[in-house]
Design a protein around this ligand. Sequence first.
Ligand code: NDP
Ligand code: MG
Length: 382
Amino acid sequence: MTRTITLLGSTGSIGKQTLEVARELGLKVAALTANSSVDLIEAQAREFSPRLAVLYDEDAANELRQRLSDTKTRVMSGMEGLLAAATIDEADTVVTAVVGMIGLRPTLAAIEKKKRIALANKETLVCAGELVMDAADRYGAEIVPVDSEHSAIFQCVQGCRDRGEIKRLILTCSGGPFYGLRFDELAGKTRADALKHPNWSMGAKITIDSATLMNKGLEIIEAMRLYRLPLSQVDAVIHRQSIVHSLIEYRDGALLAQLGTPDMKLPIRYAMTYPYRAQSPAEPLDLLKCPPLTFAEPDDRAFRCLAIAKQCAKAGGTSCAVMNGANEVAVMAFLHDEIGFNDIPALVETALSEVKQVSNPALSDILEADRLARESVRAHIS
Ligand code: NDP
Ligand code: MG
């Protein structure tokens, strides 16, 4: 089956790689969305002729509308545009490659339309994973993870007839550019230092999250939600080579892993073709040339974001949404050189102590927790 996709976040790192896969597999594109990257989305729209192109930013959308006036592509803006793209009739699959909590409402809307969700946007599952997974069950929408660790686990779980046989999930973690440093040694690290990821080339926000290890914290929560497991059954292990993408330990002691070169196009391609596999033009991993594979325990005293994420994972309720909202604002401030590296965990902890937690939250509680967390961080920065 050739899929027709809506691509939320088409101008980003995952978005551009998804369009490479679309070219390769001959996928059709019904809608493209981004925030404000007019030049790139215009070029993408001219190549893929979607019915709809959306820029969240209204001025940018007006500019795009003029530029695409000679085409059949309609242009919209704002959340209204994102929701229209997520629910467009022609698409059977929505790739959520937008960064941040902004992806939540479009993801839920796509689930209600029973679209397959190829999920890269982890912030959505961290903030509202239970609501998203419950909705997916209720409407019968498939969620196929794109995040490399969760895709590895998804691939290793195929053929498992009883999820009760899973003892634990083991997420691998590169350790980022500051692996081995102590907390005090991290203090002076700059934006430029933090943007140098050893193995993966990704968007700025996730690259900073990888340097603080918040990314692994977010991924632990993402895995808990996707596979409905408690924190005690999800571990992370440092694996500097990023070749083993993650593992499942089954109750009989068998460890199943997916290995490969660090290339996001493999999980993207699998999310498009699952339950089948397509031919890939990429060179496969050569075991005889690959470096020795090593594993070590993460240091969550130096990388406090990982410890904070585990605490929130245990606490549940709105705490993960508060943590995520605070982290999004703190990371943006770090990227603008407004705060230091170790201010990121400090601001997240402050937000967690200031914002009242709600258990069994509804969507409105989650959105409010996110708003208050962002407000808390902004107030402390200014
Ligand atoms: P990028 O920063 O490269 O791209 C983000 C995309 O989201 C861009 O298209 C951007 O548009 C769009 N966007 C940003 N803000 C808004 C907004 N307010 N409204 C609408 N669109 C918006 O991010 P990545 O591709 O790196 O990451 C995307 C998601 O995938 C994240 O959740 C990340 O954690 C996850 N992920 C990424 C991986 C990677 O290898 N990059 C690996 C695993 C998961 P514009 O260009 O106009 O700003
Ligand atoms: Mg990942």
